[in-house]
Design a protein around this ligand. Structure first.
Ligand code: BES
Ligand code: MN
Ligand code: ZN
Length: 503
């Protein structure tokens, strides 16, 4: 990722001295009451304040005033960011302000951010969220660009960016940031995994990335084809059989809670590339299917976040990793496979493969861990995008309480969920003439039918399915994300665990 800024917190003192060198950007937060007396008294503050009327700047939330290379200072860039009414800002608003700051920095390598406001004094947690927003917004997937955007086309070395946040209580901010940074690292890991092309990241390589979480104290087991075959995972393996790149299942356990406490579980669809198989997809847009492992990426990013911040909870992450490719060994429409549950599935469309992978992953997870609940994430259907667009993920669940908790967590992190129905009328649409079920239904309600299919593999365990096809990749960029892979789900599930399941 490019130019990930290093973040430091410092006491609010002598901001001019801290900022008075070339290449420095000086950022002041201003609320609706304008600048604080101290900010007004320093030269950069004076310069900015003089610009407020012409810029029609009133401190409105996320508004920006910039002054470039003012004569009286050696600073390159002065920026005032509007914070609106500071007392009313929630966590997400602070992330957004951080994102707005990051967007205004351009090529500055030294940044002084001064959090001194006329009205309120931002807390350590506020400052940590602001810093987190800077990191989220600064992410860009450019590891394969050997030529940066210089006019002569020559490679431009990356310069380290240093952000210092000046405020009243830097010690509290530093402490809060340790926690926030753990979660951000999880989000950025998820983005990296989604953005990575499928020639580089197949099932085996993805499993190796999951294995790296051991460094954080996560217990990671990797099942290969042989073990999965022994367990009877014919549904998952049927999808993988058209690819030479193998199949893997990664089981990640973070045991930060009480020893005997049953875990909460997250399950992810990890189709590292989805050609559709024999029911092949059209060429146009097929490249996006490198992101068909967005569910597995979110689960892996979440496990990273929980372990890095030492969450006091027992959490299991299970991801099913396959490539849905097409060669002479690929499964055919009409094939009948036997899942680990013993239920048989008639595969009428090889492009409805995510549910086949999740059928075995969900069953395995439930069977082995008897979790308090299971939440699965999957870029499962185009139909969910038809229903909800790219601003909400579809939520399907057999449990109202879990649904409400998820919805609330999504509201807090702005990874929003919209609950969709399940029911017997939909369920019967996947009954099959030749097997226990088929993997597609009729013409309508495609996202619901996919969810009904999954429900046949969770018994009575509280369960929720998040269809993130519209939100994990290619969703509209915003203040805190400019990347194709959004990392959707990591902050949401971190919040779910944090707010409900930590002792
Ligand atoms: N991975 C796709 C769903 C998808 C589509 C994700 C677009 C992100 C963007 C999934 O495996 C799929 O192909 N679903 C089919 C199901 C159909 C064959 C019943 C679909 O949605 O068309
Ligand atoms: Mn598919
Ligand atoms: Zn797929």
């Amino acid at each position: 990722m490019s130019q990930r800024p290093s973040i430091a917190f410092a006491k609010f003192s002598a901001p001019q001295a801290a900022a008075n060198k070339k290449g420095t950007a000086f950022v002041l937060l201003a609320d609706e009451g304008g600048l604080s007396d101290a900010a007004k008294a320093c030269d950069p503050g004076k310069t900015l304040e003089r610009a407020f009327p012409v810029a029609e700047f009133t401190g409105k939330f996320a508004s920006v005033v910039e002054v470039l290379a003012p004569q009286e200072a050696s600073l390159d860039r002065l920026v005032a960011i509007g914070a609106g009414k500071v007392s009313g800002l929630d966590d997400y608003a602070w992330l957004k302000l951080g994102g707005t700051i990051a967007a205004s920095l351009r090529k500055a390598t030294d940044v002084a951010v001064v959090l001194d406001l006329a009205g309120a004094s931002p807390s350590g947690k506020d400052a940590a969220s602001l810093a987190a927003g800077i990191l989220l917004r600064s992410y860009s997937f450019d590891k394969y660009k050997t030529r940066k955007d210089k006019d002569d086309g020559k490679a431009e070395p990356k310069k380290p960016v240093k952000v210092t946040i000046h405020m009243a209580d830097p010690a509290a901010a530093k402490k809060a940031f340790t926690d926030a940074e753990a979660v951000i690292d999880g989000v950025l890991l998820a983005r990296d995994l989604v953005n990575e092309p499928a020639n580089v990241l197949g099932p085996v390589e993805f499993a190796a990335r999951a294995k790296e979480l051991e460094a954080l104290g996560v217990k990671v087991e990797i099942l290969a084809e042989k073990e999965m075959k022994k367990l009877g995972m014919g549904s998952l393996l049927g999808v993988a059989q058209g690819s030479p790149r193998g199949a893997r299942m990664a089981i990640m356990q973070w045991n930060g809670g009480k020893p005997k406490d049953s875990p909460v579980a997250f399950v992810g669809k990890g189709v590292t590339f989805d050609t559709g198989g024999n029911s092949i997809k059209p060429a146009s847009g097929m490249e996006d299917m490198k992101g068909d492992m967005g569910g597995a990426a979110a689960v892996t990013g979440l496990m990273h976040a929980l372990a890095a911040r030492k969450a006091k909870a027992n959490v299991v992450g299970v991801i099913g990793l396959v490539e849905n490719a097409v060669d002479g060994h690929a499964q055919r429409p009409g094939d009948i496979v036997t899942s680990m549950s013993g239920q048989t599935i008639e595969v009428l469309n090889t492009d409805a493969e995510g549910r086949l992978v999740l059928a075995d992953a969900l069953w395995y997870c439930n069977d082995r861990f008897q979790p308090k609940f299971m939440v699965n994430l999957a870029t499962l259907t185009g139909a969910v995008m038809v229903a909800l667009g790219q601003h909400y993920a579809g939520l399907f669940s057999n449990n109202d309480e879990l649904s409400e908790k998820l919805t609330a967590a999504g509201q807090a992190t702005q990874e929003r969920l919209w609950r969709m129905p399940l029911g017997a009328e939909y369920d019967k649409l996947i009954d099959s003439k030749n097997a226990d079920m088929k993997n597609i239904g009729g013409r309508y309600g495609g996202a619901i039918i996919a969810a009904q299919f999954l429900q046949r593999f969770v018994k009575d365990t509280p369960w929720a399915h998040l269809d993130i096809a519209g939100t994990a990749m290619g969703s509209p960029s915003n203040e805190i994300n400019q990347s194709w892979g959004s990392g959707f789900g990591v902050r949401l599930l971190d919040r779910l665990v944090r707010d409900n399941y930590e002792q």
